[in-house]
Design a protein around this ligand. Sequence first.
Ligand SMILES: [Zn+2]
Length: 266
Amino acid sequence: MKFYDAHNHLQDDRFAGRQDEIIPAARAAGVAKMVMNGAYESDWPAVLDLARRHPDIVIPSFGFHPWYVGERSANWEKSLCGFLDAIPSAVGEIGLDRWKPDLPYDGQEEVFVAQLRIAAERNLPVSIHCLQAWGHLVEILEREPRPARGFLLHSFGGSTETMERLAPLGAYFSLPGYFAHERKSKQRETFLRVPPDRLLIETDAPDQLPPPALVTHALAGADGKPLNHPANLRAIYKFAADLFGEPLEQFTGRVENNFSRFFGRI
Ligand SMILES: [Zn+2]
């Protein structure tokens, strides 16, 4: 069986240069493709480098995450287009965040809309982060041009009503292993209502560590803190297949079709 990680950050510094052991471990655990999301200008070169060195498994993605938009250079948009021109790639991680304490909202919409327009013009897959800004997000997505292939709400934690407004606009929704935690029952309920052809699975590695039962590949950073290993993906698929009440093989085939439709043909 082949497993597809719709969203991770394998270039992250917390992996401390161990990517060249982590990627083969993920491959050995059945991971066929992973979408590696840049989050700010200075990590885009690492995404490009890993994608060039592991072209069979890495789908690179370049974008400005809302947590870092305050650090953008005057040339950020030109630089982003340069990376998108350098290699077949997706756009992300981009988004809106009114949850993170002390994070200014100023500038987030401007940077988000600029990147959404780039993705729409080029019809590229785009990975969107949204926390506590659902009204703003829906309003922008209804108003602005969107990629014809659709767009991805990664680690979707919005309400069922929001999901039902976004799906007709072309949204895909990716489920992280983190939602296997007991307290995430509301999020699991919403995922059970996602249209079958719009579901994807993600690790968000090194973040969003699943509950211990799903951690098949333990990993710690230099500071000793546990990290989510992308090879935990198979266990996350198993959790998701059980949640949907589908045999793993059938479920895996469904997610593969969705992944290929959305991320294929970049
Ligand atoms: Zn992410």
